[in-house]
Design a protein around this ligand. Sequence first.
Ligand SMILES: Nc1nc2c(ncn2[C@@H]2O[C@H](COP(=O)(O)OP(=O)(O)OP(=O)(O)O)[C@@H](O)[C@H]2O)c(=O)[nH]1
Ligand SMILES: [Mg+2]
Length: 454
Amino acid sequence: MMTGDTIAAIATALGEGGIATIRISGPQALLVADRVFYCLGPPPSQRPAQTFAWGHMHDLERQIDDGIMLIMHAPHSYTREDVVELQCHGGLIIPRQVLRAVLQAGARMAEPGEFTYRAFINGRLDLVQAESVNDLIRARSDRAVRVAKEYKNGRFSKQFREFYDHLLSIASDLEASLAFHEDELPQTVLPDILNQLELIELKIFDFLKNWQNGHYVREGISLVIAGRPNVGKSSLMNALLGKDRVIVSHQPGTTRDVIEEFFIVDGMYTRLFDTAGLRNAECAAEEDGIRRAYDVLRKADIVIYVVDASNVIQNEDIIIIKSLPTKRCLLVLNKVDLGCLVSNPLLNDFRTIETSALLSVGIKEVVREISILVSNFVQLNSFPETIITDRHWIILSETRKILNDGISVLRSSGDQVIAANFVRLAINSIGNLLGRDTTDDVLSSVFSKFCIGK
Ligand SMILES: Nc1nc2c(ncn2[C@@H]2O[C@H](COP(=O)(O)OP(=O)(O)OP(=O)(O)O)[C@@H](O)[C@H]2O)c(=O)[nH]1
Ligand SMILES: [Mg+2]
């Protein structure tokens, strides 16, 4: 991504809405605003910083809309550049027309994440904080927002910077120790360096341990509703969601596709899947549906297995239930309004709930059970130290491996030169995490995940 020129994009989501914002950032932002925004009094470039004005937005030929302009002068803006934001009416057409006028007036269309990239390049955010901006936008639960905010506020960056600074001081201690002749080196120096390296390694290990937790918060735990045809899986899905989301019918084999909806359990984002009834398929499309159902079932974090309680348990059910992970599974005995004939010692190994999805009986209890199962995955009420991106996990795992290599060299041979090399590698690795000397490839892969306008 280039810097130094002036970029613009629609910063709000496209669609019907009261207001849309077009953001302009760069050295020419105020001049571009002069060309498109006409207001009473001085033009945008002559107005004081951190003020706003009402006026009209124009392209080369005509007036497009009226609205508000906000002026922020460098470095007191998100990007630390001059920034102008134009607020026009929302919808599909006007914001695009205003953006086109801004581009005609000399700005360039921003690439995804380019405003945040500039904030990063200009030192407003480190890479870990910049990534969290995207997490904040994409968060789908209160909990994911809380974690992303902690990142954005720099709590984790501070911890990573401490690792970095500590490793720098260890590297300089190691290098200083090289100046000593072997028998002159005070005996405590190397053990002390070893202790410090082990301490950092341990702290990194703590972060890594919590990764899975963070992964669930970010990606959502998957809850898969499965069972034989016609037992009421889709009815249960609708009852849980509180809306008529999927087709319910008395014909077995109604659901074919895997249907996904997001579902919040105790402020935690989960992904709820309805699937095709499991049986010997009667046609190719159903066969494909059942294959897909088994695919998501295999990957499920939590299985909600539904059986028809009004009938004696079927052999096919027994075969499938035996293969289910007892600790991550809830058995729902549905259709109890028609009686409860289902019974089998096998069921005792599972958490079970009796429901009537048709009459919305037992649904609250199902949610409560799901919440208990979810809490086995993530500590719902505590705030764990969480690493939420895969990039962090990969880098910290590498750093830990490098440190362990350095520690074993120092312990076995006391070779300070090799150990110092390892420490330097670890410093580079943590530096990469924070975006220091990070290659363009890494940066573009981070920022390309952003939306345009952020
Ligand atoms: N009496 C009664 N009928 C129910 C209950 N739950 C679902 N049904 C009925 O059972 C039939 C099948 O319901 P679905 O929710 O479509 O079942 P399904 O498991 O999704 O079926 P497939 O998609 O074909 O695998 C429909 O006629 C529902 O109205 C219940 O608790 N009690
Ligand atoms: Mg169905």
